[in-house]
Design a protein around this ligand. Structure first.
Ligand SMILES: Nc1nc2c(c(=O)[nH]1)N[C@H]1C(S)=C(S)[C@@H](COP(=O)(O)O)O[C@H]1N2
Ligand SMILES: [Mo]
Length: 902
């Protein structure tokens, strides 16, 4: 922060000459678009700002990237220019990203807009010059004077002000929580915060103008233009008394660092709510409603909540009442801090000659919420036994002694404010000698309400507000030149990047919640402990285990579904029927020497804890030679093996609609057949590995992160990262249903014949197994008896997967004298002129578009759990189906639980 502050006036706006009004260039200056009464050029030579204002933090240069990043090309954001230095946290789309912590920190107090963190729940609304010029902010509801403002109106009618404000996502530092136990959210590192000068008008002034009706008005509700989100537009609210308080600094803003907002940050208009989590600062602001009740937007309830720690992620997701309880909403930020220097991976040489003299300056940031100030930052070099004060610098204070009046910025006047809306920086000098004697550096901050960062993490289902001490580990090493060095290690690295002491400790079975640095052992983590039943003492030998699972035990022919995780033996018999992935996924593990990898990778923590119930003993370690292991030497002609991962390489990717693509893989030998019976699934595992044809195709629907926490979605993220030639591993088949052709099925190994009418119900990506059945039945020309009835539910028309294939199947097989196929669709949001159904599947649709209940009919369903359990099952029962006999279903969520990252 040593370069001179440029004149604010000089900054103006993005070059107006380059504006052509094309819709791909939203970066049109609003000042050029409206005849702004406040722009007076003579003003510029008059104010304090004609000269660089001495001592003010420099305003970052305009730095919009010139080109669209390659990664965005096949997404709805293909027109948004983004800095490739941003670390993507959720794959390609929607865009959620943060800068590297070192980059963010080095950029100083005001964050260059291109490095400003981004949190988008969906596609960026495309706003061209025209739409920006005509942008309307409607303010309505319980007011005496409803109004609609253009941005020019706002500028003309209310005082224009500028404030430096730090925005922080509630998920900042979430990856640390995810390392303990997966939360519902994606992996924010410690750079999910950024600072800018925001220019706009006070929300309080606008409220005063529209005059909320007393006493009925209680809440101020905001809504954004990103209305195509899966559950409606983004929106949230504030309580009216807070919103009407000018001192809270809430702005309706159109500029950031003196320039129009970038598309990612809400162009052309957004809310900026200082001191609160970023989620309250609604972007692309179109509407403000004064209301008796809080925002009813889906994401107001289902995002930005801090639920009690005892609620696991799956449980929280399944129990809506928590999300609607006002006690758990997050508004004000909590006090927090992080170490930026030393950086992760930084190496500091230790020279014995000048050990005592050489100093190292430890640095970082801190912030607090609600306008409160950080009053203390403390450093511990002995794992929290003692603390020393670090120096704090508050660049925000620099603005408190100058009044700036400027045509672009309006009035920048903090002289009568003592709130703290921005981050601050702290530093601590330590001798290198001292560092050589310690194993970790820790920081904690305290704010003016004496709130203090705690030693322990408060893990919570959404993974928010993480503010336990920030710890950097120190490794004492010798480099290749034989020089002693200190190597520093942060807790995590943002996004999918691997590294950091949390991952390292977790991988060695140490308790990351009670980290001990310097090589001492800590007990196993809580979840792993909970996976065993402490009362179980039985020792099971490998031969006993193998005979039980192969049916050669004392009770021959009675194979046992025993499996091994972390050296413990579990009996899956009591869970075969309930397992969401079907009994086969348990049988697949039976007899395996160790299923820990597969089990741990795919199961949620809630599921892991359930294991204890099935714990029957510990596997004793015998020497292998004493046991005759059934060797798997048979050369197989199928690619898929139930007990072995086999890899295939990616040969092509074909995008099939806006969010789905077909990934085609080549099998290692062209003569191999896939070995996937119709109706069954496979396990897929991705790992960074170089390996060695038939083919396998996988249709992937990218799970859009509609919440702060994209549910699953990790598979999509990893598939995005694949390039042609990469290897992916497969295992299988599994599933309880097999279509054997010509009316013959096998269902949980029980054969059934004479099936003539098959109803197929699918939701979204649930089409994949259904499509297999369709293809296989229709391709079998000897089968003239089987009739297929399909009912496909989706949100929008664009979401219908494989539409062309379906349409052509209907064309060929649907209108013959003896039609074999009918396909019916229903959409949540139909386009104009839609000729199929609208809305959720209901009893009427089940009656009309499926075969009637009969001995020779059955129904296959694949879709989201809610659809299957709440709609389809009860509906079919109501219209007379014996669902125990005739309904087979599979949860589309199965695939989403699979996490390739652990
Ligand atoms: N309309 C709209 N506003 C939004 C969001 C969004 O997805 N849509 N995300 C929110 C969240 S969770 C955060 S943290 C901030 C991020 O603002 P930024 O992307 O400008 O950093 O925007 C908030 N406002
Ligand atoms: Mo956020």
């Amino acid at each position: 922060m040593s370069s001179p502050a440029p004149s604010l006036s000089d900054r103006g706006s993005i070059e107006s000459e380059s504006i052509t009004g094309t819709c791909s260039s939203p970066a049109t200056s609003l000042d050029e678009l409206v005849d702004d009464v406040t722009v007076k050029s003579e003003f510029k030579s008059d104010g304090d700002f004609a000269e660089p204002a001495p001592g003010l933090p420099p305003v970052p240069d305009a730095d919009t990237p010139l080109v669209v990043d390659e990664t965005d090309i096949n997404t709805p954001d293909k027109w948004v220019k983004r800095d490739p230095r941003l670390v993507r946290l959720t794959g390609k789309h929607p865009f959620n990203s943060e800068a590297r912590l070192d980059t963010l920190f080095a950029a100083g107090f005001l964050t260059p807009t291109s490095l400003f963190y981004v949190r988008n729940h969906g596609a960026v609304p495309k706003v061209n010059a025209d739409r920006a010029r005509n942008w309307k902010l409607r303010v309505h509801g319980l007011v005496q004077r409803e109004a609609t403002f253009s941005i020019a109106d706002l500028k003309r009618m209310f005082p224009v002000v500028t404030l430096p404000i730090t925005l922080v996502c509630a998920g900042n530092r979430r990856k640390e929580q995810n390392m303990v136990q997966k939360s519902l959210g994606f992996n924010w590192g410690a750079a999910g915060l950024s600072t800018a000068l925001f220019t706009g008008v006070y929300l309080a002034d606008v409220l005063e103008y529209v005059k909320p009706q007393r006493p009925s008005s209680k809440h101020v509700v905001f809504e954004g233009a990103d209305a195509d989100l899966p559950n409606g537009p983004y929106g949230t609210s504030q309580k009216l008394p807070v919103a009407a308080n000018r001192e809270k600094g809430m702005l309706i803003a159109w500029k950031m660092n003196g320039l129009d907002l970038e598309p990612d940050h809400g162009f052309p208009l957004r809310m900026v709510i200082p001191g609160q989590i970023g989620g309250r600062s609604v972007k692309w602001l179109t509407r403000i409603e004064i209301s008796e009740v809080e925002s009813q937007h889906y994401l107001h309830f289902n995002d930005n909540k801090m639920l009690p720690t005892q609620l696991g992620a799956q449980q929280a997701r399944g129990e809506p009442h928590w999300w609607h309880d006002p006690k758990y909403i997050i508004n004000d930020l909590n006090v927090n801090s992080a170490i930026a220097e030393p950086n992760h991976g930084e190496v500091l040489p230790v020279h014995p000659e000048d050990l005592v003299e050489s100093q190292y300056q430890i640095k970082g940031y801190a912030y607090a919420g609600g306008g409160r100030r950080v009053t203390r930052t403390e450093i511990s070099l002995d794992e929290g036994n003692s603390w020393a004060l670090a120096d704090i610098v508050y660049p925000e204070d620099l603005y408190r002694s100058v009044v700036v009046e400027d045509p672009v910025y309006g009035s920048l006047d903090l002289t009568e404010r003592d709130t703290s809306f921005c981050w601050c920086f702290w530093s601590f000098n330590v001798s290198v000698e001292e560092l050589t004697k310690c194993n970790a550096i820790m920081v904690r901050a305290t704010d003016e309400s004496q709130a203090l960062q705690q030693r322990d993490m408060y893990w919570n289902a959404t993974g928010m507000m993480n503010n336990w001490w920030f710890r950097v580990a120190i490794h004492h090493e010798r480099n290749v030149d034989g020089i002693d060095v200190l190597r520093f290690e942060h807790p995590t690295l943002a996004g999918v990047a691997s590294g950091g002491w949390m991952e390292r400790m977790k991988n060695s079975g140490l308790d990351v919640l009670k980290p001990e640095f310097g090589g001492r052992q800590a007990p196993l983590s809580a979840t792993v402990n909970k996976m065993i039943n402490p009362d179980i003492t039985r020792m099971i030998s490998l031969s006993e285990y193998l005979s039980a699972t192969s049916g050669h035990g004392p009770n021959p022919r009675e194979k046992k579904p025993w499996f091994v995780v972390n050296g413990e033996v579990y009996d899956g018999a009591g869970y075969l029927d309930e397992h969401p992935g079907g009994a086969d996924s348990i049988w697949l593990a039976a007899g395996e020497r160790d299923s820990s990898g597969d089990f741990l990778a795919i199961h949620s923590d809630d599921a892991k804890v359930k294991l204890a119930k099935f714990h029957i003993g510990k596997l004793t370690t015998e020497s292998d030679s004493e046991v005759a292991l059934p060797e798997d030497t048979t050369e197989s002609s199928t690619f898929l093996q139930r007990s072995r991962w086999n890899s295939a390489s990616l040969s092509s990717v074909v995008q099939v609609n806006h969010d789905s693509a077909i990934y085609r893989f080549s099998l290692s030998s062209p003569n191999l057949s896939l070995g996937l019976p119709v109706g069954q699934h496979v396990f897929v595992r991705l790992r960074q590995k170089q390996g060695e044809s038939g083919q396998i195709e996988i249709l992937i629907k990218q799970v859009i992160s509609c919440l702060e926490h994209p549910i699953g979605g990790k598979m999509s993220v990893c598939f995005h990262g694949l390039v042609v030639g990469d290897f992916v591993e497969f295992k299988g088949p599994l599933g309880s249903f097999v279509w054997e052709g010509r009316g013959n099925i096998r269902w949980k190994d029980v054969p059934r014949t004479g099936v003539r009418n098959i109803g197929l119900i699918c939701g979204g990506s649930g089409i994949t197994p259904i499509l297999q059945v369709l293809r296989s039945v229709l391709r079998d020309e000897t089968d003239e008896e089987t009739r297929l009835w399909m009912l496909d539910a989706n949100k929008t028309e664009a979401d219908i997967l494989c539409r062309e294939e379906l349409d052509s199947m209907v064309q060929i097989h649907g209108s013959t004298s003896k039609p074999r196929l009918s396909v019916h669709h229903t959409l949540g949001t139909p386009p104009a002129g839609w000729s199929f159904s609208t809305g959720r599947i209901n009893d009427d649709m089940l009656r009309r578009y499926l075969p009637p209940p009969s001995e020779d009919a059955m129904i296959l369903v694949c879709g989201p759990d809610g659809m299957v359990q709440k709609t389809v099952r009860p509906g079919l029962e109501r219209i007379g189906w014996d669902i125990h006999r005739s309904l087979w279903y599979s949860s589309a969520q199965l695939g989403r639980l699979a996490s390739p990252l652990d």
